[in-house]
Design a protein around this ligand. Structure first.
Ligand SMILES: [Ca+2]
Ligand SMILES: [Ca+2]
Ligand SMILES: [Ca+2]
Ligand SMILES: [Ca+2]
Length: 245
């Protein structure tokens, strides 16, 4: 059984096997918007607790939908929110998923992508290259609250030995690795320090971004992303995130 860590830890994860109140809240999102390439990221109006619970403070801007496009019986529904303040770029995922599956507790495990999980991919310099360069970062976070965080290199390789200082937390509702019942889903909150991104945040700042999600059930390597990157570490097709006051 994983431990509960304080949010002051560099990496924190909160797990619950209990049927608590929904991590997604009861309110429907006010706006659902995806113009295809650009996301406006509003400034956080209050402090965000990185605890895996997507509070109302997230619901101030557009919601990006990233529902599973595969022809499966119960496709996951995925909603993504973004926020920023002087310290962090924040990303939250709300995933409705009828079967919760996760096995990897080891950081940077190569098979982590086979669990129920999400990915955030950044091209901070907006190079839009087909190489994964030193500014480029991918965060894979699975339902167990484990991470595989990789950074590019000047040679265009992806280096999993690089470790992020981001804060994140995962909360799921249902029974893990039990196909005899039907689960509700999970939420992920991620706070990425701007010093890690390498930019000073202010109104109008832009960076390249893609979002992905993976469902352990269904076809092999059952992952999908927002911008249709193949492979996902392909900033040429990434969208743009724009900070707004
Ligand atoms: Ca929260
Ligand atoms: Ca699943
Ligand atoms: Ca780049
Ligand atoms: Ca790593």
């Amino acid at each position: 059984m994983p431990t509960v860590r304080s949010k002051t830890c560099l990496l924190s994860a909160f797990f619950s096997l209990l049927a608590l109140a929904s991590c997604t809240g009861d309110r429907a999102p006010k706006v659902e918007q995806d113009d295809g390439k650009t996301i406006e990221c509003p400034r956080a109006a209050q402090e965000i607790a990185i605890d895996g619970l997507v509070e109302d403070a997230w619901r101030v801007g557009a919601v990006l939908r990233l529902d599973d496009p595969a022809d499966v019986a119960d496709p996951n529904e995925v909603k993504i929110y973004t926020l920023w303040d002087e310290q962090y770029l924040y990303v939250a995922y709300e995933v409705s998923d009828r079967q919760l599956v996760g096995h990897q507790y080891e950081r940077d495990h190569k098979a982590l992508y086979k669990d129920d999980m999400i990915e955030v991919l950044l091209d901070p310099r907006l190079d839009r290259t087909d190489q994964w360069l030193e500014d480029d970062i991918v965060y894979h976070i699975n339902i167990l609250g484990q991470v595989k965080d990789d950074r590019g290199t000047a040679e265009g390789r992806s280096d999993a030995t690089w470790d992020s200082q981001a804060l994140f937390a995962v909360h799921y509702e249902g029974t893990l690795n039990d196909s005899t019942d039907s689960d509700r889903g999970f939420c992920v909150e991620l706070a990425i320090p701007w010093r890690e991104i390498g930019k000073q945040p202010h109104n109008g700042v832009r960076l390249g971004i893609d979002f992905a999600a993976g469902d352990a059930e269904g076809p092999d390597e059952h992952l999908w992303d927002w911008r249709g990157a193949h492979p996902f570490r392909q900033p040429t097709v990434y969208g743009t995130l724009v900070l707004k006051d």
